[in-house]
Design a protein around this ligand. Structure first.
Ligand SMILES: Nc1nc2c(c(=O)[nH]1)N[C@H]1C(S)=C(S)[C@@H](COP(=O)(O)OP(=O)(O)OC[C@H]3O[C@@H](n4cnc5c(=O)[nH]c(N)nc54)[C@H](O)[C@@H]3O)O[C@H]1N2
Ligand SMILES: Nc1nc2c(c(=O)[nH]1)N[C@H]1C(S)=C(S)[C@@H](COP(=O)(O)OP(=O)(O)OC[C@H]3O[C@@H](n4cnc5c(=O)[nH]c(N)nc54)[C@H](O)[C@@H]3O)O[C@H]1N2
Ligand SMILES: [Mo]
Length: 692
């Protein structure tokens, strides 16, 4: 545990809390508090999945809560946009200013020019789609399509399975084969790792599909390192191989699936050899993978989010999720797949929103924020309200986002616990409480656990929780209605009341502080849980996805032309940066990683200063030559802040704002790039002379 020196001499207390941040695991926490300060955060055993240990990121929460970049008071802009000079004002002044802007736009008939912008800050039920939805729907503001993450995979799983809770994290120890496909749990879901290792100790095999040699790839029996964006042919080739070799489970398919013949037809062109050539992996390895998958029971696929972030991402996830159906891997503990378990509960935050009128306003895809702010995408935005998100760091086409945020005629509100890179562009800055200072109810989207938490300290400065601020603004805009849930307790009750299982969840939370979906934290697919499609069958080629994908479901789009930018830039999570949260605490420079051959070709050595660039932007940083990357692939971490590189830009500066085949998702891992050596290490604050 990292500690911040206590200021008071009050006896320390240990209080219970729950981490609601965007992560599958939903750790239960023990928070060490002295007076009004959090001095340390560690894990507790209330959540059986998280077993008393937590990630390195959340261990640093004390520094986040009480740190220098904490926003303590409402403030309005003083200097130029981006400069970050603010003057403190009262909450009344700040909220009245915002409400006046909003009502003015409504009066002019331009309410669509209001854009709420929010994503993963907190996944707690009270943090979004409650009174914020009330405010923005009643205003008839533009609606936001929340697509930056999980949109392609969400579309795929909804189409095939109508969503179905997956294999529980704890049950991976029962598997005889574990496939980690486009996921790096050592940094992005740590509590599955001991179960993977335990399964291995019992003789299970491990396959990792990842262009990088991750920590678990090093321990794998088979590491398939494809060119990014080629998972679709790989999965289709395995499907074809299963059918061709009599290893498809025809009886299961006949009883539980539709579209098997059509899937087989679409997989037909993808022989092992052709898929291997496309993905640039040895054909022998791909065939060994197919055989191992067919032979192993129970076999588990942990499908992650790395493979969705490209032009083929939706179809790729669909093909991966079709594998357990074709091979008949369901119906046994430790068999099947896991993607997101967020739909394991029937809880819906919108039940706390109050009455909602129809809102015919346009929907804005969040991945197109830059374009939208610059008026390239329908009516211009005049009022942008950012909360639970740090778009300047996290949204594709960073230079366009920056240009949009720099518009002098844009009125931007940023509501965040800390002064993020985005917040530097705010006209009005609002201080948000962290989850340690407010009530919350949250669930894991890996761990199937629901928990409630109470504040462990008083709000820092004048910070306030989301649900209160949006309820307040709704009233100030004259849009409040009798019966609107206002307090955290009223909202929690409304959310539970709106769900058929709400009463039993409430009872379980009151009794033990924890609740499981349908009382069962470890459901088995096709024993306890079934597809939520209308006919309760798996739809292997669902019509709606087939219509949505530009060239039809399972149609592969090859890599775009690469003569000028021959490298593919990916930006996965690392142990330091996952989302951009707590990035204010990471002062260090992040490296561009590149494979030894690619480095040698460009005369680049470890620690050299380089420029990685494409037609959208550039990042100047230091190079790290890394044998864990496959040739042709370079990597920058995601979630970086401006202080993490020499140029102040990050991977998102090179990430195209093109959209994936399903779900209109972000294509972060579809960036093309070239790298150029600039010189020997300059170091921050000591920029090198750039070549002409
Ligand atoms: N502690 C903690 N945990 C978190 C979070 C957090 O903030 N803190 N954030 C969460 C969030 S928002 C998310 S989305 C998840 C993300 O968790 P992961 O699914 O692990 O996501 P990524 O790190 O984006 O990518 C995973 C792997 O995919 C690989 N990859 C990249 N491109 C491809 C490809 O085309 N094909 C294949 N097969 N692999 C590819 C990358 O090299 C990487 O190792 O983590 C969540 N977990
Ligand atoms: N290059 C690249 N970029 C990526 C990705 C990638 O693969 N590559 N992946 C992306 C992924 S997976 C995701 S999920 C997105 C995440 O994108 P974002 O959601 O924009 O990023 P976060 O860093 O999670 O930012 C959340 C913000 O919410 C704030 N916050 C936390 N709690 C509260 C609260 O209670 N109230 C309020 N008002 N604010 C709060 C935090 O301080 C933080 O600033 O980033 C994406 N960006
Ligand atoms: Mo994410």
């Amino acid at each position: 545990m990292s500690a911040v020196r206590p200021q008071s001499s009050v006896a320390p207390k240990i209080l219970a809390s729950v981490c609601p941040l965007d992560c599958p695991d939903a750790c239960s926490l023990e928070v060490h508090v002295e007076g009004d300060r959090v001095i340390a955060v560690g894990g507790s055993r209330v959540n059986p999945v998280t077993e008393g240990y937590i990630c390195a990121k959340v261990r640093r929460l004390p520094e986040h809560v009480h740190g220098e970049r904490r926003v303590r008071y409402p403030a309005v802009r003083q200097g130029r946009k981006g400069e970050g000079r603010f003057r403190r004002v009262s909450w009344d002044e700040a909220l009245d200013t915002i409400a006046a802007r909003m009502t003015d736009l409504v009066r002019r008939g331009d309410s669509e020019r209001i854009l709420p912008f929010y994503y993963g800050g907190s996944n707690g039920y009270l943090s979004q789609n409650t009174s914020d939805l009330r405010l923005f729907t009643r205003l008839k503001a533009s609606r936001l399509a929340r697509t930056v993450c999980a949109a392609p995979s969400g579309a795929a799983v909804a189409g095939l399975y109508g969503t179905m809770p997956g294999i529980a994290i704890q049950d991976y120890s029962h598997s005889r084969l574990i496939v980690l496909w486009g996921v790096n749990p050592s940094v992005s879901g740590i509590h599955i790792v001991p179960h993977v290792l335990e399964a291995q100790n019992r003789g299970a095999r491990l396959v990792v599909v990842d262009p990088r040699r991750t920590r678990l790839a090093e321990r794998a029996d088979l590491h398939i390192a494809p060119q990014p964006g080629t998972d679709l042919p790989l999965a289709l080739a395995i499907i074809r191989w299963l059918f061709e070799n009599g290893r498809a489970d025809d009886a299961f398919l006949a009883n539980h699936a539709t579209g098997a013949e059509e899937l087989r037809r679409r997989a037909e062109p993808w022989t092992i050899e052709r898929a291997a050539q496309t993905a640039r992996v040895p054909a022998g390895e791909l065939e060994a993978f197919a055989r191992l998958y067919a032979d192993s029971h129970p076999a588990a696929i942990r499908c992650g989010w790395g493979l969705e972030r490209n032009r083929n991402g939706g179809s790729a996830v669909a093909a991966v999720l079709a594998l357990p159906a074709v091979a008949g891997k369901f119906g046994v503990r430790g068999g099947g797949y896991t993607l997101s378990n967020s739909k394991a509960w029937d809880l819906d935050a919108r039940n706390a929103a109050g009455e909602l009128p129809a809102n015919p306003a346009r929907e804005v895809n969040m991945n197109l924020l830059g374009r939208t702010l610059l008026g390239e995408n329908g009516p211009p935005v005049e009022l942008l309200f950012v909360y639970n998100s740090n778009p300047l760091a996290t949204i594709p086409n960073q230079e366009k986002v920056r240009e949009g945020l720099s518009r002098e005629d844009l009125f931007t509100v940023v509501f965040d616990p800390v002064l993020t890179d985005t917040a530097l562009y705010a006209d009005v800055l609002l201080p948000a409480t962290t989850f340690l200072e407010r009530d919350e109810m949250s669930r894991g989207y890996g761990a199937m656990v629901l928990q409630e938490s109470r504040p462990v300290i008083a709000p820092v400065g004048e910070s306030r929780p989301n649900h209160e601020v949006f309820a307040d603004l709704t009233r100030r805009c004259g849009l409040g209605r009798a019966g609107d849930p206002e307090s955290a307790a009223e909202m929690t009750e409304a959310i539970l009341r709106g769900s058929p299982s709400g009463a039993s969840l409430r009872e379980s939370l009151d009794r033990s502080g924890i609740a499981f979906p349908h009382g069962n934290p470890v459901p088995v697919q096709f024993v306890d849980t079934f597809p939520l499609t209308e006919d309760r069958k798996i739809h292997l080629v669902p019509e709606e996805l087939d219509r949505e994908a530009p060239h039809g479901l399972y149609a592969f789009t090859p890599e775009p032309k690469t003569a000028e930018y021959p490298l593919t830039l990916i930006s996965p999570a690392t142990d330091r940066t996952i989302s951009s949260m707590l990035g204010e605490l990471h002062a260090e420079q992040v490296p561009l990683e590149l494979a030894p051959g690619d480095a040698a070709d460009r005369g680049i050595g470890d620690g050299d200063e380089v420029r990685v660039f494409n037609e959208l932007g550039e990042v100047r940083c230091l190079a790290r030559v890394s044998p864990s990357l496959r040739a042709g692939v370079v990597m920058l971490p995601k979630g970086t802040w401006s202080h993490n590189t020499l140029s102040g830009t990050g991977a998102t500066a090179l990430a195209p704002d093109t959209l994936s085949d399903l779900g209109r998702g972000a294509c972060f891992n579809d960036a093309r790039a070239e790298v150029q050596r600039l010189g020997r290490t300059g170091g921050p604050g000591n920029p090198p002379d750039l070549p002409a």
